[in-house]
Design a binder for this molecule. Structure first.
Ligand SMILES: *Cc1c(COP(=O)(O)O)cnc(C)c1O
Length: 368
């Protein structure tokens, strides 16, 4: 059996540290926000930036979705505004825009990278456009140089969805540090995962920082004075304690994902399309996603051999029932629609053995 992810193997490596930290937190009786959250915020900002004087600050929040909607609310994105994003993503990206009463405007993806096609953004900008929300899908950074140029030219905010790209880089700069805010998810299966829900927003913008700090905590700084209507989206101490332990190992874990991906590439690139990684980009391989017109057959064959694989994502956002009101139909975003019919994500988790990668590749080659 080869699973998509082996969280138990990872837990056993850090078990003593985790139990020590969690016990200490339980005894402290400080459970929501607190010293571990503050320390994690400090260390996470340091992890993302080369220099401490960079001015980037992090805030722990309740989830990646929380990070997204708090960032949008802090701009602020309001009812009737338009936010440009990709249709080929996890639903939460789009939900966060809809929570604001704003309209997601979808720009089709690039066929190679599966990320938003930067050359098609400008044609979708109207007088209602307020922000661009790029998603570093599967851990491959978007063309942030191109996106930031367009955003500056049209005076738009940029909120990066880094839920799948914690640690990924472009020319030595980590995702989340290009735009006005970077949004991270620490859902257990993400590259940096905790043992429940968790997330973070990072920003260099002092106004957005102050607003999010208050918005995550009922529009208050914790003194029962509420200057705006906020949300309950706070990180808890136990999750922050776990994240502090796991953050130390993240670069090494991502390095192993990349090694696994390299091995897959060498074994599969003559029979199907392997993930792109443009020069200067460091993919975090949250998912290792192949493309083949025979992906259903591959999936079925792997399954018979006890090997997991998953279709992320089978239906682009503009065709989801929840977005019917947007009036988009099949054929409107053809690159995304085709990708959705061909993608398949294979196990690539850091603890995976090289011999297992060879086995997965062998089975795929035999069935094609
Ligand atoms: C996981 C994910 C989210 C949401 O994160 P949660 O922590 O589950 O709320 C948002 N966007 C993308 C692309 C994701 O993969």
């Amino acid at each position: 059996m080869i699973p998509m992810l082996d969280l138990k193997k990872e837990f056993l490596e850090i078990q003593d540290d985790v139990i020590g930290t969690v016990t200490e937190i339980l005894k402290s009786t400080r459970y929501v926000l607190g010293p571990h959250v503050e320390e994690f915020e400090k260390q996470f900002a340091q992890f993302l930036t080369a220099t401490e004087t960079d001015g980037l600050r992090a805030m722990g929040v309740a989830s990646g979705t929380g990070a997204l909607f708090l960032s949008l609310a802090s701009i602020p994105i309001k009812r009737g505004d338009e936010v440009i994003t990709t249709p080929f993503t996890f639903f939460a990206t789009v939900e966060s825009i809809l929570y604001m009463g704003a309209r997601p405007v979808f720009v089709d993806i690039d066929d190679e990278t599966l990320n938003i096609d930067v050359s098609k953004i400008e044609e979708k900008i109207t007088e209602k456009t307020r922000a661009i929300l790029p998603v570093h899908l599967f851990g491959l950074p978007c063309d942030m140089g191109g996106i930031m140029d367009i955003a500056r030219k049209h005076n738009l905010a940029v909120i990066e969805d880094c839920a799948q790209s914690t640690g990924a880089q472009i020319n030595g700069k980590r995702t989340g540090t290009f735009g006005d805010a970077g949004c991270f998810s620490f859902y257990p299966s993400k590259n940096l995962g905790c043992y429940g829900d968790g997330g973070a927003v990072v920003t260099k913008n002092d106004t957005m920082y102050d607003r999010i700090l208050s918005l995550r905590n009922h529009g208050s700084r914790g003194n029962y004075m509420h200057h705006v209507v906020g949300f309950n989206s706070r990180l808890d101490e136990i999750q922050a304690g776990v994240l502090l332990i796991k953050l130390r190992r993240l670069d090494e874990k991502n390095r192993r994902r990349r090694e696994n991906a390299k091995l897959y590439n060498s074994l599969l690139n003559d029979v199907l399309r392997c993930p792109a990684e443009p020069d200067g980009y460091v993919h975090s391989y949250h998912q290792y996603t192949i493309r083949s017109p025979h992906r259903d057959k591959i999936k079925e064959t792997l399954s018979k051999e006890g090997i997991s694989s998953v279709v992320y994502y089978p239906l682009p956002m503009h065709l989801q029932e929840a977005l019917e009101g947007q009036g988009l139909k099949r054929g409107d975003l053809p690159v995304s629609e085709k990708a959705a019919s061909e993608v398949l994500s294979l196990p690539v988790y850091p603890e995976m053995l090289q011999e297992d990668i060879k086995r997965v590749a062998d089975i795929i080659r035999l069935c094609l």
